[in-house]
Ligand binder design. Sequence first.
Ligand code: SOE
Length: 381
Amino acid sequence: MKALGVAVVGTGFIGPVHVEAVRRLGHRVVGILGSSPEKSRVAADQLGLEKGYASLAGVLADDAVQVVHLASPNVLHFPQCRQVLAAGKHVVCEKPLAMTTAESAELVKLAVASPVVAAVNYNVRFYPLVLEARERVRAGGVGRVFHVSGSYLQDWLLYPTDFNWRVRAEDGGGLRAFADIGTHWIDTVCFITGLEVEAVFADLQTVHPTRQQPTGGGETFTASANRDRRAAVEVPVATEDAGSLLLRFRGGAKGSLTVSQVTAGRKNCLRFDIAGAEASLVWDSEEPNALHIGYRTKPNERLIRDPALMTASVTPFANYPGGHAEGFPDTFKQLYRAVYADVTNGRSESPLYATFADGHREVQLCEAILRSHREEKWVTV
Ligand code: SOE
């Protein structure tokens, strides 16, 4: 394997997750870029990286870097992706790909016209049992899928004192919980079933119309109790904390999704029930090493992640024997393994990772969800 040179943009919750996953694959993370040269230096120091960059221009001018990971706030994805593509470097962008469909459509055009690999970080696809579920649907074991239901629930924004850039429409986009975690759910179930969303009906809820914004910034998943509450200002919030969505898929299947970032006790719980004519598949990201397979006329099964028990084609994505749990950080490793294989060997026809076209579809969905909520009607995607 030829080791690639990688730079990561973003020093918050998720940037360091990218760094660790790239390193586990044996590639070289050359450096990191934060929102200031000082933040870059501190993060480089903490993560043991050679360079804390002063600017994106510095990253792009670095010949040691072939792949750039963007783990910056959503508002920066479009301008930064454009610059990375213009510099001829491969790019892995965090979700959502952009703030508007005008932006994401332009990124798709630029990516198609360029020879580089351009991926969106929908990592949930790479849980071994999510891949197993996909194989079972494809092999016909589930039968015709007629309904998909589920939820994605978190609690890190439960209190009005909890704050993060995602809450601000200027930084994260007009849709928050659905863009941040709801698109993971939709990407995952469409990846497994092959279904495409045709129309949506959404009802969104902003539980806290104002929040305490800490003057020193607020990191994702950092409890407000750990911050200095005196150094905060009350700001209005327009983005949704929670919401429910009805889905119509092309071909007649239907679905429903509830998303919340204010459900106490749910830390990062993506759950789906896929109902098919022969069987159902149930999976929960908080217990990712078990897949429930439900039957009408014989006992249900609970498949524990174990390469020896899984479909042969997906065993390369389960790297440890049964009983040795694999989870969230491992999905990043498997995702980048797939992306970097294409960087090295050339773009594959239908990659397992989400392309910019997939990312664009999710941004289209976000716009449709927001419109449906505002106009109180079904919106075709
Ligand atoms: C915060 O809600 C967040 O970090 C998301 O942005 C990620 O995509 C998800 O994997 C975990 O939660």
